[in-house]
Design a binder for this molecule. Structure first.
Ligand SMILES: [Zn+2]
Length: 527
């Protein structure tokens, strides 16, 4: 088994998984194929760039009752990597399955699967804590039995994590499975949460599992197949998904987009330019509600899923996955809720986000305040000003970055940068207080953001500047005021500092050399 990671952002990563039948890129969604009803050929998969598919070993076994097992690649007419599910979902649906855990492992070996799943017991959505505990324990028992009977080590075996919505059980399950050597770990039974749009719970479940699992192994989320969720799921560390939603949705005339689902019957034009949509109109798909039209919708749905995965991989390469989450969070209130919950876990996301990225970041308002780079900045802030100097010179941090190179204040900043009694700090609308010591650290100077904001945004940010300065306990503060934000900072500092220890100079009126002279005069006066 080899899983190589080529790029990271948040908990998301781009990687390659190698199986005995080939390699494929992650994040990846295994399209789940019905072994008895093939609607897409391998030419189509090649064209979309789908290099791994999934089918259900249990349904395969049941359909071929009495017959000898056949290589699953032959059954599906698909030479690439094939993953097989064990029938756990059928347990969830029907309560029991007519095969033993040992049989289903043996069967997956006989049909020469590339990625196999042990027969776990899904917890489901409605299980109470004691039932959840039992499903976790039973899955662990089955994992141990499966590991004993597995003979083929060239198959990548998946260890499922259960626990449902009971987070302590999810974490316990993940800890138990982590002790057992599986090539891939997976989280079970999120389908109902997705159908009911309880994405907040789903986010917590994924985090609970990820915390306890080895980070070097791929992480699979069972049954996730809607592209709107992909960016969030990848950002939380999901490398793999599997779903038949692309086909099930198509059967109901539902057209997938990266912002949500549309009903074919409500549409007049296609915005999508995938090969099936580019020359067609929704009514073409509608009027011939035959097999061919059905296939076109299936194809579009898969194109959409895979183009979203490509977009996510590009976002990871550029270090812009957070921006993608912010964008997608505006597509639907449920996604906003999902995003807000992701924000609550940004400490964990911070630990795996690269310290330096190939591109700067975008600051898009308060939704960007939870991004890892901001948390990292806040943690550096307190220790950044090493020497507690007597005075703080507070300069505007405007559009020009690094702030100390702003043509209007460059000479002022340079004059006092090494002054033994003065600390220089900028007030930035994006970052709040930026000590000159941090001015050139990534991504302070590389961030694109607004230069101005509403009164409450200015006030809120000015307050963070004031709080930072108060913690430095300076003898005097010299504020160079510029623009509405400068006035907001002045208002906050006036509240926090005594009149005699606060000096305000108007940066809009005074020339740089006059500013320097005025500041020097202040230092002498207060010496
Ligand atoms: Zn399309």
């Amino acid at each position: 088994m080899s899983f190589q990671v080529h790029g990271k952002d948040l908990l998301g990563r781009i990687g390659t998984i190698k199986t005995k039948s080939g390699a494929f890129a992650t994040p990846h969604m295994f399209p789940v194929l019905d072994p008895h009803h093939r609607i897409l050929g391998r030419e189509f998969f090649d064209r979309v760039g789908i290099q791994a598919v999934m089918t259900n070993a249990y349904l395969l076994k049941r359909g071929l009752q009495g017959l000898d097992p056949v290589d699953v690649h032959r059954t599906l007419d698909y030479p690439g990597s094939v993953a097989t599910d064990s029938g756990a979902y059928q347990i969830l649906e029907y309560g029991h399955v007519g095969v033993t855990p040992e049989e289903i492992v043996g069967y997956q070996e006989k049909i020469n699967t590339d990625i196999g799943v042990i027969l776990d017991v899904p917890t489901g959505f409605r299980s109470d804590p004691s039932r959840a505990r039992w499903t976790v324990d039973e899955t662990v028992r089955r994992a141990d039995r499966a590991l004993e009977v597995i003979t083929r080590r060239d198959i990548l075996w998946v260890g499922p994590v259960q626990g449902g919505v009971h987070l302590e059980e999810v974490e316990r399950s993940a800890r138990q499975m982590a002790k057992r050597d599986f090539a891939i770990y997976a989280l079970g039974s999120p389908t109902e949460l997705m159908e009911t749009q309880r994405y907040d719970v789903l986010v917590d479940m994924i985090i609970a599992a990820k915390k306890a699992l080895p980070s070097g192994r791929p992480f699979h989320l069972f049954g996730a197949g809607h592209p709107v969720l992909f960016p969030f799921l990848v950002a939380l560390g999901c490398d793999l998904f599997d779903s038949a939603a692309y086909a099930l949705y198509a059967r109901a005339g539902r057209y997938l987009t990266s912002e949500g689902t549309l009903l074919l019957g409500d549409m007049v034009e296609f915005a999508c330019t995938c090969p099936v949509c580019v020359d067609a109109k929704p009514k073409d798909f509608m009027t011939s509600r035959d097999k061919e039209a059905d296939t076109r919708l299936v194809q579009h749905n898969l194109w959409t899923c895979f183009s979203e995965l490509r977009r996510i991989r590009e976002a990871i390469r550029r270090g812009r996955l957070w921006e993608m989450l912010e964008l997608r969070s505006h597509a639907h209130p449920a996604l906003k809720q999902c995003f807000d919950r992701v924000c609550q876990h940004s400490g964990m996301l911070e630990r795996s986000t690269p310290a330096v990225k190939p591109h700067g970041i975008f600051y898009l308002g308060s939704s960007s305040d939870s991004r890892p780079e901001k948390l990292r900045f806040a943690s550096r802030l307190t220790g950044s000003v090493e020497v507690r100097r007597k005075f703080v010179l507070v300069l505007p941090g405007r559009w020009r970055r690094p702030y100390h190179e702003d043509p209007r204040y460059e000479s002022v900043a340079k004059t006092f940068d090494d002054h033994p009694k003065v600390s220089v700090c900028f007030y930035s609308l994006i970052w709040g207080p930026v000590p000159i010591e941090l001015d050139e650290t990534f991504p302070i100077a590389q961030t694109e953001g607004p230069d101005t904001g509403g009164p409450s945004a200015l006030r809120e940010r000015a307050r963070t500047v004031s709080e930072f300065l108060q913690n430095l306990h300076p003898k005097g503060v010299i504020l160079v005021l510029d623009g509405p934000y400068g006035r907001a900072v002045k208002a906050e500092l006036s509240k926090a500092f005594a009149k005699r220890s606060l000096t305000v100079l108007n940066g809009e009126l005074l020339k740089p050399d006059t500013l320097v002279k005025s500041i020097e005069k202040e230092l002498v006066r207060n010496a």
